[in-house]
Design a protein around this ligand. Structure first.
Ligand SMILES: NC(=O)c1ccc[n+]([C@@H]2O[C@H](COP(=O)([O-])OP(=O)(O)OC[C@H]3O[C@@H](n4cnc5c(N)ncnc54)[C@H](OP(=O)(O)O)[C@@H]3O)[C@@H](O)[C@H]2O)c1
Length: 498
């Protein structure tokens, strides 16, 4: 496809990710009027870094030349009219107060060319409030001043100068509007070359939305102390390639030190609101067992425990506190190994682990030695928390209660699931095909453990005080029937090492 209007010919088009067919960029210099200022200098730097020849236009020739020298030999300084006359694409980056006057000065030189207006029609000091001119927006005013032979495109109103000038990836989209589709695509191509993601957002009149959005973003920057907030368009173009899979794991900050009787669901919901994180369908909330146990009153002062003879004997062998060993016995079905320093037991719930999960870390023992037991029924605890969080958030969730467990054949502890709700603890992929069409015979994934392990990377084991994490993007099978953790536990008859 190709066309030539004025000095800018559009000869080629190419695919740009999700965003469809965009035009190839013409060679030739690009003018930045106001390139001595914040946005213009950032734009000139980015254009220069992308290999473009740039003309900085200024009201003051010396100022233009001095600014150009900051960038290097491919950037020149000129008067506004000379810069406009020398280039086929002209960016306008001056304050709204100078908008009409600057456009009038370049009207003649701009005929047949593309002018990219970045102006936000703000009249300080109330810049956090949308102010649009009677004509609808600054871009329409520009088109009116320049006349029909100039193709006005509007862009960049929502990209902060600092971000643009950083040379790094910009985590925001550019809304590009214009009445000439080819000019819009050409500008989008140029923005793509600068590493900016953009969308054709409709006719030039729609520039009103982008111009107005800047005041909205200024408000958001102030209110949430964000460094140059931007906008992102979500959704995916039909037939676009699937985006790469990703997983996010976020610790929830600001939770209180839990105590017996606290409402976990309410506390987590409040902390999520405070940190600006909104739960989404399919999120998995992972909570450390200790927080659940504390709320359920599972702390035991050791002074209240009378060790039995069995406990005394096992304690002597394991060289451990007899009261702790008594609790290990009460919490277990059987002791599987007792050696100095270690007791491995089968917990009431069927998990095989050290000390029946009894732990003294992160438990207040300042007045009297105290330990913490696992929740009475971790699956039930997970179900209750899930019900509370779902009722408050209105989205479908899964909940995992996690603890750090050792592994029989490997050193080091790993976060593992001890109770689940809303997800199947195992992900059975048998019967699916591999890359070559071969049917998977034995692939059953311990997905609840995998998610718990990922969450433990941010939940922390020490004094972090962040017992809850939200895991987003994990592939798991929902479990409306709430079968619980049982599927993860190897049945005794399949224990090859007993
Ligand atoms: N800053 C941003 O983050 C940002 C982001 C998006 C959009 N924008 C838009 O981009 C445009 C430029 O913003 P900016 O922050 O870069 O502005 P700026 O630094 O204050 O000014 C840019 C340049 O405009 C020229 N200018 C012409 N007449 C002027 C006048 N009456 N008063 C002041 N300067 C005048 C000056 O260049 P000479 O003296 O060399 O002529 C100045 O260096 C604005 O329309 C703004 O809404 C800015």
């Amino acid at each position: 496809m190709g066309a030539a209007i004025g000095g800018v010919g559009l000869a080629h088009w190419h695919e740009q990710g999700d965003q469809g067919l965009v035009a190839d960029i013409p060679s030739g210099p690009i003018a930045v009027l106001g390139g001595t200022g914040a946005l213009g200098a950032a734009l000139a730097a980015r254009l220069n870094a992308a290999g473009c020849e740039v003309w900085i236009g200024s009201r003051d020739l010396d100022k233009a030349r001095a600014a150009a020298m900051q960038h290097g030999p491919a950037v020149r300084g000129a008067s506004l009219a000379e810069a406009a006359a020398s280039c086929d694409i002209i960016f306008l980056t001056v304050p709204y107060a100078a908008h009409a006057d600057t456009l009038s000065q370049i009207r003649e030189a701009a005929q047949g060319k593309i002018v990219v207006d970045t102006t936000v029609p703000l009249r300080p000091p109330k810049v956090g409030r949308v102010q649009l001119p009677a004509a609808g927006c600054a871009a329409l005013e520009a088109a009116e001043i320049l006349g029909k032979a100039v193709r006005v495109v509007s862009a960049l109103q929502n990209i902060g100068a600092e971000k643009l000038g950083s040379g790094k990836a910009v985590d925001a989209d550019v809304l590009v509007t214009g009445d000439d589709g080819e000019a819009v695509e050409l500008v989008r191509s140029l923005l793509g070359r600068l590493g900016l993601s953009s969308w054709h957002a409709g006719p030039l009149a729609n520039a009103a939305a982008a111009e107005a959005l800047t005041s909205v973003l200024i408000q958001i920057n102030r209110r949430y102390k964000i460094d140059q907030a931007g906008v992102r368009i979500t959704g995916r173009a039909k037939d676009a390639p699937a985006p790469p899979r990703s997983l996010s794991v976020t610790a929830v900050p600001g939770l209180p030190m839990f105590k017996e009787g606290d409402d976990l669901g309410s506390a987590i919901t409040q902390a999520l609101v405070d940190c600006g994180l909104t739960l989404q369908d399919g999120d998995v909330v992972v909570i450390a067992q200790k927080a659940v146990s504390k709320v359920e009153g599972r702390t035991v002062p050791l002074s209240t425990v009378a060790p039995s003879d069995t406990a005394l004997a096992a304690a002597a062998k394991a060289e451990k506190d007899p009261a702790v060993v008594e609790l290990v016995l009460r919490e277990s079905q059987e002791l599987m190994r007792v050696v100095p320093g270690v007791i491995i037991s089968r917990h009431r719930t069927g998990h095989v682990l050290a000390n029946s999960g009894i732990d003294a870390s992160n438990v207040d023992s300042r007045e009297t030695p105290t330990v913490l037991l696992w929740p009475s029924d971790p699956d039930l605890s997970a179900r209750a928390l899930r019900a509370g969080l779902e009722a408050k958030s209105g989205v479908r969730l899964a909940v995992i209660i996690s603890d750090s467990l050792g592994r029989a054949w490997r050193m080091g502890t790993v976060g593992a699931a001890i109770g689940v709700a809303g997800l199947q603890a195992l992900r059975d992929r048998r019967g699916e095909s591999d890359l070559f069409g071969r049917e998977l015979q034995a692939t059953v994934i311990g997905v609840a453990d995998e998610i718990a392990a990922a969450a433990s990377l941010v939940i922390g084991e020490g004094a972090e005080g962040t017992p809850v994490a939200v895991v987003r993007g994990a592939a798991y099978d929902p479990d409306p029937a709430d079968g619980g953790i049982g599927a993860l536990l190897r049945p005794l008859e399949r224990d090859l090492f007993r």
